[in-house]
Structures are given as structure tokens and as C-alpha cells.
Design a protein around this ligand. Structure first.
Ligand SMILES: [Zn+2]
Length: 161
């Protein structure tokens, strides 16, 4: 009788241990699921902000892809802009409001001075860069030499200070 009792007791203890293990597994699985859910939510909420902040930092001194800019308000865009064709030239515009402004003021908006040489150039042929690190404002260049020289000149200016 005593040994049977002990067996029952042992069995119960074994079950308790197994239950504890099961609970632990459940807790880990649930935590992982919750973590995934939180990360997904954070990504959807702050993903664009993070990407935008990163681009303003990382694209400085680099050629900015044109689908990331608005040539009407001359800013790096939060979301991708749309390509429009006007007078057989391709421009990138962020919104219908900017598009309207662009069409109405084509002469003033589509042309800009090269930030290095001061020559008037058309934005559709220009190389686009960021004026300052962590700032969305754009500068345009006629060619890659002017683009490079602009940042070299900027760096040497700040070094002299
Ligand atoms: Zn715009």
C-alpha cells in the first residue's frame, strides 16, 4: 500500500513538474507573440519616420534618387513622389497641389541655379543633393563635378571655422 501511495505521490509530482514546464513554454510562446505584435505595430507607426530621419542623414553628400524629392517645393519627401512629364521632360512632384503650382509657374519652378556654379539649369536634368545634413532642403547641380565640389567646398568652409 505504502509503495502505491508513493507512486501516486511521485506521479503527482511528475505532473506538477510537467505542468510547470508546459506553463513555461506557453509563457515564452506568448511573450514572443506579444513582442512580434508590438514590433509590427511600432514599425507601422514609426517606420516612415525612422526611414525619413535615416534618409535625411544618410543621403547627405550622396545623389538623392529623384523619386524621393518634390521638385516643386524642393524638399526630400516623406513618401515617394510621382513622375510627371511636362514639355517632354520628366519631373518629380509630391502632390496635386504641388503639381498645380509647378504647371502654373513652370518658368520659375522648373529651373534653378546650380548650387555650385550658379548657372541656370533645368531640374529634370539636374543631379539632386541635400543642402544640409538632417535637413530636407535640396540643391541641384548641372553635373557630378559641381555636385562633388559643392560638398568639398562646404567641408573646407566648416573646417576653417
Ligand atoms: Zn511637393
Amino acid at each position: 500500500m505504502a509503495s502505491r501511495k508513493l507512486n501516486k505521490k511521485q506521479l503527482r509530482e511528475k505532473q506538477i513538474v510537467e505542468n510547470k514546464q508546459f506553463n513555461k513554454t506557453m509563457l515564452i510562446s506568448f511573450s514572443l507573440l506579444l513582442l512580434t505584435l508590438i514590433l509590427t505595430l511600432v514599425f507601422y507607426t514609426y517606420g516612415c519616420d525612422t526611414k525619413y530621419a535615416y534618409e535625411k542623414f544618410a543621403l547627405y553628400r550622396k545623389e538623392v534618387p529623384k523619386e524621393l524629392v518634390c521638385m516643386s517645393d524642393n524638399r526630400l519627401q516623406y513618401h515617394e513622389s510621382s513622375k510627371i512629364m511636362h514639355k517632354n521632360k520628366a519631373f518629380y512632384i509630391c502632390s496635386s497641389r504641388c503639381n498645380q503650382h509647378f504647371i502654373n509657374h513652370y518658368r520659375e519652378v522648373a529651373f534653378v541655379t546650380d548650387a555650385y556654379s550658379d548657372k541656370i539649369i533645368c531640374k529634370s536634368d539636374a543631379i539632386v543633393g541635400l543642402k544640409e545634413k538632417n535637413q530636407p532642403m535640396l540643391v541641384y547641380f548641372e553635373n557630378i563635378e559641381n555636385f562633388k565640389n559643392f560638398y568639398i567646398a562646404k567641408t573646407s568652409k566648416t573646417n576653417m571655422k
